[in-house]
Design a protein around this ligand. Structure first.
Ligand SMILES: Cc1cc2nc3c(=O)[nH]c(=O)nc-3n(C[C@H](O)[C@H](O)[C@H](O)COP(=O)(O)OP(=O)(O)OC[C@H]3O[C@@H](n4cnc5c(N)ncnc54)[C@H](O)[C@@H]3O)c2cc1C
Ligand code: SF4
Length: 469
């Protein structure tokens, strides 16, 4: 096919469950490509000599190579190309914010064009392997005598366990919750990421000899010193960022009806039935706020509002997520922020908001929201859910002198992810702050290489395969 012919093919749109049906359940809403649409979409790739998509992918998947194999219908081979770099392709292909990562760097998406649907193609390949009962994991290595403790079973911890167990280094994951998977299981809703996908990855780790222990909180049930005394030669800290940031409004901590996004989602996805009432106001502009709003709808709330202090253009979320949210009937109040909680007998009644205007760009490169005096308005609310980011919980390092960044994440060597304590490595949200699955996966991979070198007494920096940049 000539480049001109490839350019003439339009991006293939996936089939989606209608909004009316999907708000009534938690089933996955985006269907995968059929063989026909997958191959047609793969034909749109121009196989650039200097592929910028690889740079955009935090894991550096060899995207052009797996797409080229897919269009030759060598799907198993395409899968193993992805597996070379990624420990969680079924997850990443579904939840990566593609337009800010791989697809955002695709040359076809520049100007008015539409990028190649890299995420959907990756998903097709992985789903094909499952449907065709193909073996999806490399052979495990014979375990050696050095062992590693991993704190937290999120994508960072899972990735460290994946790479080290394939190198013959026995790992034990300690998880404080009764379920494994971190934010994949207790944050991202099942209608975006079906739980069977995460469970399959956990089972694969177990079959490779990884030991998983749940309901053990490091720093409470046992300390990092205890782990050392139990003979763990190195430790990876992948505790994520689970402490909700507060807005600082009066009555925020004492008013019935105010609850925080990650706590709400964690309870719901661990099986609690929480009714937010008829009218729900969520604050924030990212995936977390959106997931709270869509979960509240599925739990039966009728009027769900999101308050976001900037405009649609600044929203740090993908166009797809925004489209799904609005289709399902969530109302976004752009350029608005909450300023007061109104209550009666300590029970929430209304949220007072103020309109914003955008000023000059701030340090983040985004235009600064400026409150407009006299523009206050009220929204009736049974529940109020701030979703404005999270901090790292430091229970795990209790009693340990480990260097932190001024904003509370772990300070690590920029390239190797070793902390200020030689046997302790860290990665994922606990180092980056709340970020993405693919970034946590990549950091897990970097930390695994560093841990292996540390255990073998090798130089941590010389001639590495993976390093943080
Ligand atoms: C609602 C929501 C939606 C998201 N949507 C997306 C998305 O669409 N795409 C995307 O790429 N990213 C998304 N993210 C972000 C993504 O989930 C995180 O960046 C990623 O999970 C971070 O991985 P991690 O392994 O560092 O930490 P986590 O996934 O947070 O896992 C940390 C684990 O450590 C455990 N732990 C904590 N302290 C201890 C302790 N002391 N002892 C033992 N265990 C402990 C925790 O219980 C948890 O299981 C979303 C996050 C949320 C909350
Ligand atoms: S891992 Fe994520 S960013 Fe990388 S190619 Fe896959 S979908 Fe794109």
């Amino acid at each position: 096919m000539k480049p001109k012919e490839r350019l003439a093919i339009a991006r293939q749109m996936p089939v989606e469950v209608t909004p009316e049906v999907r708000v009534g359940n938690y089933e996955e809403i985006v269907e995968g490509y059929s063989e026909f649409t997958a191959i047609l979409e793969a034909q749109r790739c121009l196989q650039c000599k200097k592929p910028t998509c690889i740079k955009g992918c935090p894991i550096h998947n060899n995207i052009p190579q797996f797409i080229a194999l897919l269009r030759e219908q060598k799907i198993e081979e395409a899968y193993w190309v992805i597996r070379k770099t990624s420990s969680l392709p079924a997850v990443c292909s579904r939840v990566c914010p593609h337009e800010f990562q791989c697809e955002g760097h695709c040359i076809r998406g520049k100007g008015k064009g539409q990028s190649v649907a890299i995420g959907m193609l990756e998903r097709y390949i992985v789903d094909w392997m499952v449907e065709n009962n193909k073996s999806m994991h490399q052979a495990c290595a014979i375990p050696g005598d050095k062992k590693v403790a991993i704190i937290g079973s999120g994508p960072a911890g899972m990735t460290v366990a994946y790479w080290l167990s394939h190198k013959g280094i026995p790992c034990t994951i300690f998880e404080s919750l009764p379920v494994y998977g971190g934010m994949l299981t207790v944050g991202i809703p099942p209608f975006r990421l079906p739980r069977k996908i995460i469970n399959a990855e956990i089972e694969a780790l177990k079959s490779c000899g990884v030991t998983l222990e749940h309901e053990i909180t490091i720093g409470k049930d046992k300390s990092i010193d205890d782990l050392r005394n139990e003979g763990f030669d190195a430790i990876f800290n992948g505790v994520g960022a689970h402490v909700s940031r507060k807005l600082g409004l009066e009555g925020e901590g004492s008013t019935e009806g105010v609850l925080y996004a990650v706590e709400y989602l964690r309870k719901i996805y661990m099986g609690d039935n929480i009714d937010l009432g008829h009218n729900v106001v969520v604050v924030g502009g990212g995936s977390v706020a959106i997931d709270v709003a869509r979960t509240a709808l599925r739990q039966g709330s009728m009027n769900v509002f999101i308050l976001y202090r900037r405009s649609r253009d600044e929203m740090p979320t993908s166009a797809d997520e925004l489209h799904h949210l609005e289709e399902e009937g969530v109302h976004i109040e752009f350029l608005a922020a909450p300023i007061r909680i109104h209550s009666a007998n300590d029970k929430l009644t209304k949220i007072e908001c103020i309109r914003m205007e955008l000023g000059d760009k701030d340090d983040t490169g985004r235009r600064k929201p400026i409150p407009q005096e006299g523009s206050n308005f009220l929204i009736e609310a049974d529940s109020f859910v701030p979703a404005i980011s999270q901090n790292v919980d430091h229970t795990a390092d209790k009693g340990l002198k480990v260097d932190l960044m001024p904003w509370g994440t772990y300070k690590t060597d920029e390239q190797t992810l070793q902390t200020s304590i030689d046997y302790l490595f860290a990665g994922g949200d606990s180092v980056l702050g709340p970020q993405t699955v693919a970034k946590a996966v990549y950091q897990g991979k970097v930390a695994a290489e560093s841990i292996e070198r540390y255990l073998n007494g090798q130089d941590l920096k010389k001639d590495r395969n993976f390093l943080c940049r």
